[in-house]
Design a protein around this ligand. Structure first.
Ligand code: GDD
Ligand code: MN
Length: 369
């Protein structure tokens, strides 16, 4: 296998996800062929079509080129999984992804490959760095959408065009991927994070608006992006985001606790009983929120079992909370019952997080959620 030595030509696999792109196949392959003729790479193309049945198969067949392969998927659907499927088909040193609709200039491929040779982990064809441009005449809505999406990608990679669907990496780097989750259409971002790409380089491109066919990116796809970002965040900051979410849930539980407490005391209930009831109500809300958010990988578990385990594991904390609260309120006559409860809550929280992390919502596999 060629390890970027110069003796053999470098093998570049171009993966093209395609859905109803029959009219674009021939012009696309012609442009890639132009690059193939002029460079010394050994280029193979893998078009992954999701059963378009629009003449794509005929279009590829009529080219009669043995370096252009067509994979027609009939069961799976979606841009990201199509890209991953294309990666599996080839065995080249470099994997490169580009759209079928001629938006991405094949002529940029040599400089992208060059960056990888020079040590980049990941290369992106970028519209927004100097020398790049786009004739995508986006309205305000799509522009805003893109700005927000780019901002959300910021915790993962600091580049100008993280949304680009034109990118390349070494296969070796791809093989280091943690469990991939190809939801939505930002497979590039997923790969940057999960393949631990550190040096991400942008190469300027001119992005051409598609001439034939239609865009497939619907609003639903864009909404999935928010979900995708959340998952990537959990993956990247698994430990700390658990703590942050746990604290947020704890804060909401504190509010619930104090509200119930104030209400009950206001109704004339004795401190001890009011403290106990307020604790019970907030235990329930905390359980539901922690299950839904903090430890959301556990959402499929049986809720009743989890609740029993939850109550058992926090019971020690609850006793401490109740004990501290009652002790303070009865020892210091002037102390408000709410303040005493706050101290109780603080003491219990530290104890509870530890119990929960290691007992109730323990992960089976500590990978992506
Ligand atoms: N196999 C398969 N399955 N291919 C798909 C699917 C699918 O479900 N959905 C889209 N594609 C293919 C299209 O045929 C096209 O080749 C490519 O994926 C991009 O889809 P477009 O519909 O052309 O998307 P776009 O032009 O709106 O978005 C492009 O620009 C974005 C940045 O603004 C893409 O490059 C995106 O990846 C990029 O984020
Ligand atoms: Mn497009």
């Amino acid at each position: 296998m060629n390890n970027f030595g110069e003796s053999m030509s470098l093998r570049v696999d171009i993966v093209v996800p395609a859905y109803q792109e029959s009219e674009n196949i021939q012009p696309l392959v012609e442009r890639i062929a132009g690059v193939r003729d002029q460079s010394d790479f050994d280029i193979n193309v893998f078009i992954v079509d999701d059963n378009s049945q629009d003449g794509t198969e005929e279009a590829v067949a009529s080219l009669g080129l043995d370096w252009v392969n067509l994979i027609v998927r009939t069961t799976d659907r979606g841009l990201s999984s199509a890209v991953l499927r294309g990666f599996e088909e080839g065995s080249g040193d470099i994997v490169l992804v580009m759209d079928a609709d001629l938006s991405h200039p094949a002529e940029a491929i040599p400089s992208m490959v060059q960056e990888l040779k020079e040590g980049a982990d990941f290369v992106v064809g970028s519209r927004y760095i100097e020398g790049g441009s786009t004739d995508d005449n986006w309205g305000f809505y799509r522009w805003l959408n893109s700005q927000i999406a780019t901002l959300l990608a910021r915790p993962f990679v600091n580049i100008k065009d993280p949304m680009s669907g034109f990118f390349a990496m070494k296969r070796e780097q791809f093989n280091q991927a943690d469990e991939l989750n190809p939801i939505g259409y930002k497979i590039g971002l997923e790969l940057i994070v999960k393949c631990h790409c550190k040096k991400v380089v942008e190469v300027p491109i001119h992005f051409t608006d598609r001439v034939r066919g239609e865009s497939k990116l619907t609003l639903t796809e864009q909404l999935k992006y928010v979900q995708h970002v959340r998952r990537l965040f959990l993956f990247k900051y698994a430990q700390s985001s658990e703590v942050v979410q746990f604290l947020a849930v704890g804060a909401s539980g504190t509010l619930v606790n104090l509200a119930v407490l104030t209400l009950l005391v206001g109704l004339g209930m004795g401190d001890r009983l009011a403290i106990a009831l307020a604790i019970m109500v907030s235990v329930c809300t905390n359980f539901l929120l922690n299950r839904r958010f903090t430890f959301s990988h556990s959402r499929e578990g049986v809720i009743l079992h989890q609740f029993v385990k939850y109550v058992l594991s926090v019971s020690l904390g609850l006793l401490v909370q109740y004990g501290v609260s009652v002790f303070l309120v009865e020892t210091y006559e002037n102390m408000h019952v709410q303040l005493a409860s706050l101290f109780g809550i603080g003491a219990a929280m530290v104890l509870n997080f530890t119990m929960m992390k290691f007992v109730v919502f323990k992960r089976k596999f500590y990978k992506s959620s």
